[in-house]
Design a protein around this ligand. Structure first.
Ligand SMILES: NC(=O)C1=CN([C@@H]2O[C@H](COP(=O)(O)OP(=O)(O)OC[C@H]3O[C@@H](n4cnc5c(N)ncnc54)[C@H](OP(=O)(O)O)[C@@H]3O)[C@@H](O)[C@H]2O)[C@@H](O)CC1
Ligand SMILES: Nc1ncnc2c1ncn2[C@@H]1O[C@H](COP(=O)(O)OP(=O)(O)O)[C@@H](O)[C@H]1O
Ligand SMILES: [K+]
Length: 511
């Protein structure tokens, strides 16, 4: 699913209004009705007090439509107008008039702190103060109103975007943004919902289709792509009946040091479980018995040291995953450096491999095109330097990717794969995956996909998706806390099966 910029969203609005020959007021009615339907569906007429806070722009206009529909359906509604400006939008005013016809109570005008209502814990708040039109810092009393709403324990539903959150930059004051329980967003998700600094405000997202012009949406380049099942299914390459293990490539996992051989075990298992035809672990001598015992399906090549001092292969691997548990001593740096100079196989670099690149940036010149680098935030910082905020982080990563023609997977809750200007935001995974060795499994999965002939970009995007999906399955079985990296490996198969699962249709009652 595409993610558009604010300007592109506004253009999509216009394109819809023109092509359908409808007014913006009708589009507002359509959008807000979708929010009402969702609420009504969940509340089923429950007489809970609902406080609808409306700004004076089109987000506020949506709020007024929602208030009117709630009133019509007998809900206990109180509407507030947050008068942060006299510049009321045309569609806000039209809906203001329409609300007055049905409202049992006149909307309450808020102009300062003295006007704030008391909110009880069990009440519901609809947040329609600011939408994607927020373009400057809040005046102090509106910031205080947002804090007042946050302080209450009301269940808060934000319309389109939590108020106080810019769609395209981080907030001026992190405390002056609505922490919404559910954000009902129009047509497409917003980039800020998936960044660590801003995703915290939109805990749960519901995307409602408001019928924006399909042609425009398809043609619009977007600023990022949200990766879900629909996006990865076309990437999947099926296996042929007359294939053999050679068809699916030979993965080589290079890494490990004394006390860190487990990382290579996890990655090697993951490569095999992802479908690599053959897998070889290249480890120091101390890892020999461990890998042979833990992964009998794999072959092992050793270096006669406790840390790798040479990486010498007498065959060309289909794919290489390198850096896991590697250590960063001088002889290992030399070994990696020599290896990268001569390597022409598709490659994933992780962990200490990244740390070595960060310390010796000259090595970046020797990377094969579209090398995949999979840093966690600390490793990324070593690689690209400090960033001001999450947007700066993305820009610096884009810059790095362009400069070195590499694919960078920024790992985290929503891992983001960056290739030049393109951002792919992953939507699988869970906090149970914040556990030792989880990243080693990802390296193995991506290597396994590369070995089967997936292009580097597809291997990265699909691999990150599968990894998260396997983690979701693991968490489903054990709960977040008990997930260990081995459970993610064990569920890679289920993650593949899940791709082809049809949604179950409820059984028809037998007559
Ligand atoms: N896109 C879609 O598909 C559809 C969109 N729809 C809805 O429209 C929403 C966007 O509406 P919007 O453009 O009227 O802006 P909104 O967020 O209501 O802000 C109001 C105005 O406030 C101003 N302002 C900004 N910052 C300020 C500040 N700090 N303090 C004071 N004032 C400030 C600024 O105006 P300015 O003063 O700069 O002229 C701004 O325009 C969108 O999120 C969705 O809910 C649907 O109805 C239909 C389908
Ligand atoms: N809260 C989270 N939600 C989803 N995925 C997560 C979360 N925390 C970590 N992960 C995933 O787990 C992996 C952790 O990688 P990494 O930090 O390199 O672990 P390790 O070095 O222990 O192998 C990444 O793929 C990351 O995206
Ligand atoms: K809002």
């Amino acid at each position: 699913m595409k993610i558009l910029s604010v300007q592109q969203m506004r253009m999509a609005d216009e394109a819809t209004i023109t092509s359908e020959k409808i007014s913006s007021l009708e589009l507002m009615e359509r959008a807000a009705t979708k929010v009402f339907d969702l609420l009504h569906n969940r509340l089923q007429g429950t007489p809970i007090p609902i406080h609808v806070f409306c700004g004076i722009g089109n987000n506020g206009g949506d709020g007024l439509v929602i208030s009117r529909l709630l009133e019509k359906h007998g809900y206990h509604v109180r509407t507030y107008i947050v008068n942060f400006s006299d510049n009321r939008s045309k569609d806000f005013l039209a809906n203001y008039d329409r609300l007055k016809d049905v409202a049992s109570e006149w909307p309450v005008q808020l102009k300062s702190k003295q006007d704030f209502p008391t909110l009880l814990d069990q009440d519901i708040v609809i947040d329609a103060i600011f939408g994607i039109g927020l373009n400057r810092p809040l005046v102090p009393w509106v910031a205080t109103l947002i804090k007042h709403i946050n302080k209450s324990k009301c269940f808060t539903v934000s319309v389109d975007i939590p108020s106080g959150l810019y769609a395209d930059k981080i907030p001026d004051d992190p405390e002056s943004v609505i922490y919404s329980d559910v954000t009902v967003t129009f047509q497409l998700p917003k980039l800020v919902f998936f960044l660590p600094q801003t995703g915290i405000y939109a805990r749960d997202i519901e995307i409602v289709d408001i019928g924006l012009n399909r042609e425009f949406l398809q043609q619009s380049p977007g600023i990022a792509e949200l990766i879900g099942k629909n996006e990865v299914l076309p990437l999947y390459r099926s296996r042929f009946k007359y294939s053999h293990k050679g068809t699916y490539g030979h993965s080589v996992l290079v890494g490990g040091s004394y006390g860190k051989i487990g990382s290579v075990v996890l990655a090697t298992k993951a490569a095999l479980k992802t479908g690599s035809g053959l897998a070889t672990a290249y480890v120091p001598e101390c890892g020999y018995a461990i890998v042979q015992t833990a992964v009998p399906e794999a072959m092992v090549i050793t270096d006669d040291d406790d840390e790798l001092s040479e990486i010498d292969l007498d065959f060309k691997p289909s794919a290489v995953g390198i850096g896991i548990g590697l250590g960063t001593n001088e002889k290992t740096i030399k070994a990696l450096s020599n290896f990268l100079k001569n390597n022409t196989s598709p490659i994933v670099i992780d962990a200490d491999g990244i740390n070595i690149l960060a310390k010796h940036p000259k090595l970046l010149e020797n990377l094969t095109t579209q090398t995949i680098i999979t840093p966690h935030p600390k490793e990324l910082e070593r690689l690209i330097g400090r960033w001001k905020d999450d947007f700066d982080k993305l820009n610096k990563t884009i810059e790095f990717s362009k400069r070195h023609d590499c694919i960078v997977v920024i790992k985290g809750a929503n891992s983001i794969t960056v290739y030049k200007d393109q951002l792919y935001i992953n939507n699988t995974g869970n906090p149970g995956m914040a556990t030792a060795g989880s990243g080693d499994v990802l390296t193995g999965i991506i290597t396994g996909l590369l070995s089967q002939g997936y292009s580097p970009l597809h291997a990265a995007v699909f691999g990150v998706y599968l990894h998260g999906s396997a983690g979701d399955e693991a968490a489903h079985q054990t709960g977040f806390e008990a997930v260990v990296a081995g459970d993610i490996v064990a569920n890679i198969g289920t993650a593949f099966l899940e791709l082809f699962k049809q949604r179950s249709i409820p059984d028809k009652k037998s007559s």
